[in-house]
Ligand binder design. Structure first.
Ligand code: GLU
Length: 537
């Protein structure tokens, strides 16, 4: 499917309507024909685990690729070897798969233009750096770290931002050769030119930063033989035939520098789109230090991946409406690049349970997904109540399915169903005849009437009808009030003094289990004063 003309938002005062239209035409032409297939990439550094901000960038790339029939690539930028976090690389890919935004090409999966791990592509960066040196666009720099430190200190003293003074630009060829022959430690720097051409960002419109006026020449190859981000990033985007770079807006000001490198190498650059940052709802930066924005921690808490995708796109932009409950296929069909706004996306994580509730309900309603939920819940029940489950019937698929259908729309995670409030669903209560007697002397009568009520209502118990039936039942018990009758029934059903309404409990438990529990009190009198829990086993 060809990429349609990306709508363009103009944010600079200098842009006229005509300029915007011209830009849109340009961009459209570049999107659809010359650049061929859409190929986008998510390029995190495995210097930490995947967090919400990263997932959001990956998601927009994924959506963009799927919308325009392209490929979504995961490339791990591990050039800063000193900051690598063990396990992060694998975990990033695991988390993308868990979130159901799997890459088409990746370090683990491979692909035609791999490898997808930068540390395995060092030769390519070295060759490119050499090419830049030979064409005069880059040069060897032998400045010691002490000298660079001194430059920094002096700049701070003058109240200026430190920058390299480009001294080694001016070394003569012979000097360079001598130093190289002596084995002097060195880096390679890119020669920043003035006269940067503006580029058109899908989100921010026409942009340009005269980098040479504010920065010293940047290092592209470090002394350890590894490239810096700037070089490796453009080399890979070029060789991996990336058509669109969609990344965080923190990279917007580096893009002019990247474009200078593309020009120096004679390569055609991809189209850029910078996504505004994801912030807390109070406008503060999402802090990784809080630990709770890592995808793994959401996974552990039972958050559904689709709820995470929904909340991260709901607060942001790229969609004309902000409705909740969108799944990935709807995100893809409703997404429009021209709807991405330049202001930060404010994330309200307090709303996450609400998103989860909606998506859990959708899963319960899908037969295949419901079966998986049943298995997951069986495991949670076993873990929470192993010692107390006296009857395997509560672990049966049909029983759990009914509970899920009855509770859907009210629970925001499966974990809610194994909290003390709902333990009655899985553990038959135990109580003594004294407890029963303290509530009413009519326990036998009430239990028999309740059994009759259940049998009259058959398989499909309904809360409203049962509530009416319970009112009528209470009237037949002359010496106990409605309240006492309900208290007794709640005790028989759950062992609880307070909790959900009796009718709700009966619907959740279903006719078989409810009857079983009412029968306990009849057995209790037969068994004398023994605990009903034992009597019923
Ligand atoms: N490795 C960079 C990061 O982690 C990639 C930036 C880009 O997408 O160009 O943010």
């Amino acid at each position: 499917m060809p990429v349609p003309r990306c709508g363009v938002r103009c944010v600079t005062a200098v842009c006229s309507g005509a300029a915007t239209r011209r830009a849109a035409v340009l961009l459209g032409r570049r999107c659809s024909t010359d650049q061929g297939v859409v190929r986008v990439r998510f390029a995190p550094s495995p210097t930490g685990f995947l967090h919400l901000g990263g997932l959001r960038t990956a998601l927009y790339n994924y959506i963009f690729a799927k919308k325009y029939g392209g490929s979504f690539i995961l490339r791990l930028e591990d050039t800063d070897q000193s900051r690598l976090v063990p396990g992060a690389a694998d975990s990033i890919e695991d988390m993308l798969e868990w979130a159901a935004v799997p890459p088409d090409e990746s370090p683990r999966q491979g692909g035609p233009l791999g490898p997808y791990l930068q540390s395995q592509r060092l030769d390519l960066y070295r060759q490119t750096a050499q090419q830049l040196v030979h064409s005069g666009h880059a040069y060897y720099c032998f400045c010691s770290s002490q000298r660079l430190e001194l430059l920094k200190k002096e700049a701070f003293k003058r109240g200026e931002t430190p920058r390299y003074d480009n001294r080694c630009r001016h070394l003569r060829e012979q000097q360079v050769e001598e130093k190289l022959a002596q084995g002097s430690p060195h880096v390679i720097r890119f020669r920043l030119e003035t006269g940067v051409e503006p580029f058109q960002d899908i989100v921010f419109g026409w942009t340009h930063h005269e980098v040479a006026q504010v920065e010293g020449d940047p290092v592209v190859m470090k002394a350890d033989g590894f490239p810096t981000y700037h070089l490796a990033n453009i080399v890979d985007d070029h060789h991996m035939k990336i058509s669109h770079v969609l990344r965080g807006s923190e990279w917007l000001i580096s893009t002019s520098k990247h474009l200078l490198m593309y020009r120096a190498l004679g390569w055609r650059p991809p189209t850029f789109g910078h996504l505004p940052l994801l912030m807390n709802k109070d406008g503060a930066k999402l802090s990784k230090r809080q630990g709770d924005i890592f995808i793994q921690s959401f996974q552990k808490k039972g958050v559904l991946p689709e709820a995470l995708l929904d909340i991260t796109t709901n607060c942001g932009s790229g969609f004309s409406t902000n409705r909740m409950g969108r799944r990935i296929d709807e995100l893809i069909s409703e997404f429009s690049p021209s709807k991405i706004t330049t202001h930060s996306a404010l994330l309200d994580l307090e709303k996450l349970p609400e998103f989860n509730r909606i998506h859990l309900q959708r899963r319960i309603e899908d037969e295949e997904q419901c079966r998986l939920l049943i298995r997951e819940l069986q495991e949670l029940i076993r873990l929470a109540f192993t010692q107390h489950i006296h009857d395997k019937e509560v672990l049966e698929e049909d029983y759990i399915r009914r509970v899920l259908h009855f509770r859907k729309g009210h629970i925001s995670s499966l974990g809610d169903l194994v909290t003390p409030t709902f333990s009655y669903l899985w553990v038959r209560p135990s109580f003594s005849s004294q407890q029963v007697a303290a509530l009413t002397s009519d326990a036998q009568l009430i239990a028999s009437l309740a059994l009759k009520l259940v049998s009259e209502h058959g398989e499909a118990l309904k809360v409203e009808e049962l509530s009416k039936g319970l009112k009528a039942l209470a009237k037949q018990v002359k010496d106990s009030s409605y309240r006492d009758v309900m208290k007794l029934l709640r005790l028989l059903l759950s062992g609880l003094q307070q909790g959900p309404s009796v009718a709700e409990m009966m619907v959740s438990l279903g006719p078989v289990e409810s009857s079983q529990r009412f029968r306990k009190v009849l057995l209790l009198s037969e068994a004398g004063d023994e605990a009903a829990g034992q009597a019923a086993e």
